[in-house]
Design a protein around this ligand. Structure first.
Ligand code: GLP
Length: 259
């Protein structure tokens, strides 16, 4: 794992947007794995800015999002379809026919999950996967105790996840109980993964993910088994790391880009 500790959220988000832009420049037809959540907004803002200034094009890329709530239509304001249109798709040149999320309103959610997994396989799997981190260690909506080998399927959300995401809904009771999510095995097939986490509220789980045992109790800890993962943190999110000084020594250029 490459652990990059930034002094601010601003430079951390710049870093992740830069990694995406570099990948798209080198491999314009990359299959992108996209994420939702508050943390990602800063990344998408920067990608939109880079697209507008002509330094990034998505026109040969395709994208698969991690997850969607079961029961929400794509035009529901709390759906991840809606989030993605608002935060990214409407502002860049991704081909709408090549941007994919699970359909939360499919009549048969399990069949929809299987169809989505097959579509990812058909696309050749994810080239560059963007991940956020749930406060309980989830990636996508793979809640603690998820199979570390899982494929896209239905997961029941924990109460803590529903509470964390209730801010987007009118009431806690409106937060769906189920989601369709890429599995951990699906995510692990990605060629390259970039995970971004901000804030003191994520410090404990960031430490478990990077320095704890690999365990389904903290699904993100499986990333220790992936060959090419970059974890990008702000100082607050890094504050629980026992080996923080080591990561800073390995990557001095993060604090001093002149190096
Ligand atoms: C949701 C998403 C996750 C995301 C997490 C963190 O639960 N399904 O993919 O990583 O939120 O969100 P935030 O960035 O708002 O902390």
């Amino acid at each position: 794992m490459k652990v990059l500790i930034h002094q601010t959220q601003t430079t951390a988000a710049d870093c992740v947007a830069g990694l995406f832009a570099d990948r798209l420049t080198q491999t314009p037809d990359t299959v992108l794995g996209l994420a939702t959540g508050g943390t990602m907004e800063a990344v998408y803002e920067r990608l939109i800015a880079r697209h507008q200034d002509g330094t990034v094009s998505f026109n040969q890329a395709q994208s698969f999002n991690l997850d969607e709530y079961v029961g929400l239509t794509p035009d529901h304001p709390c759906s991840y379809w809606h989030y993605m249109r608002e935060k990214l798709f409407n502002h860049v040149d991704l081909d709408p026919d090549r941007t994919f999320l699970p359909h939360g309103d499919a009549p048969d959610s399990e069949a929809e999950a299987a169809r989505y997994e097959a579509a990812i396989v058909d696309a050749g799997d994810i080239g560059l996967q963007l991940l956020g981190l749930g406060a309980n260690g989830h990636i996508g909506f793979n809640e603690p105790t998820s199979s570390l080998a899982s494929h896209t399927r239905i997961k029941t959300l924990t109460r803590s996840t529903r509470q964390a995401n209730a801010r987007y809904f009118d009431a806690f009771a409106d937060v769906p109980r189920l989601a369709i999510t890429m599995g951990i095995g699906t995510i692990m097939r990605a060629d390259e993964i970039v995970l971004l986490a901000f804030g003191a509220g994520k410090a404990d789980v960031v430490a478990q993910m990077i320095e704890g045992p690999v365990s389904a109790a903290c699904p993100a800890s499986i990333l220790q088994m992936h060959r090419k993962v970059t974890v990008v943190l702000d100082e607050a999110a890094a504050s629980g790391l026992a080996l923080r000084a080591y990561y800073e020594e390995v990557h001095p250029e993060v604090r001093d880009p002149a190096i």
